[in-house]
Design a protein around this ligand. Structure first.
Ligand code: C2G
Length: 129
């Protein structure tokens, strides 16, 4: 059983998120997502549109996601990865290099982001409707 773990806000769930989760799912047998809490998003400087419980329900409805836990701080990843028995830790390549310190316990993978779509861009488009 190969467990893959990733993290994110996944606000305004969009095709970039779907394509990443689909690719991550193909890397193993189980995909677990550390979902940023509303409070942690404030720390990250993000104003979320969709509240945590709804973002969690949306992710759990995605065929590629097996489980979701809450991400409350930057520093919890090592404990999370050990608790989940992670084999692979993977993120989009906007994070490239940022989590290489975890290479002693997991394989760290960065995958190319989907171009031309982001939550920020969606917010702009919506605001102009
Ligand atoms: N992503 C992607 N393509 C996009 C947009 C996002 O592949 N067009 C990926 C990001 O690279 C990330 C994941 O989707 O791996 C979730 O993106 P966000 O919700 O923006 O998450 P982020 O704010 O990067 O949070 O501790 C890590 C953080 O919680 C990551």
């Amino acid at each position: 059983m190969t467990t893959v773990v990733t993290y994110g806000t996944f606000d305004l769930f969009h095709i970039g998120h779907v394509r990443l989760l689909k690719r991550l799912h193909s890397l193993g047998d189980r995909l677990v997502v550390g979902l940023s809490s509303d409070e942690f998003n404030t720390v990250k400087g993000k104003n979320v549109v969709i509240p945590y419980e709804d973002r969690k329900e949306i992710l759990l409805s995605c065929r590629y996601v097996d489980d979701v836990f809450q991400e409350n701080c930057w520093e919890q990843k090592r404990d999370d990865l050990e608790r989940e028995g992670a084999d692979i830790f993977a993120m989009g390549d906007d994070w490239i290099g940022k989590f290489d310190d975890l290479q002693d316990i997991v394989k760290v993978v960065y995958l190319p982001r989907t171009q031309d779509v982001s939550t920020t861009e969606l917010k702009t488009v919506i605001s102009e409707i």
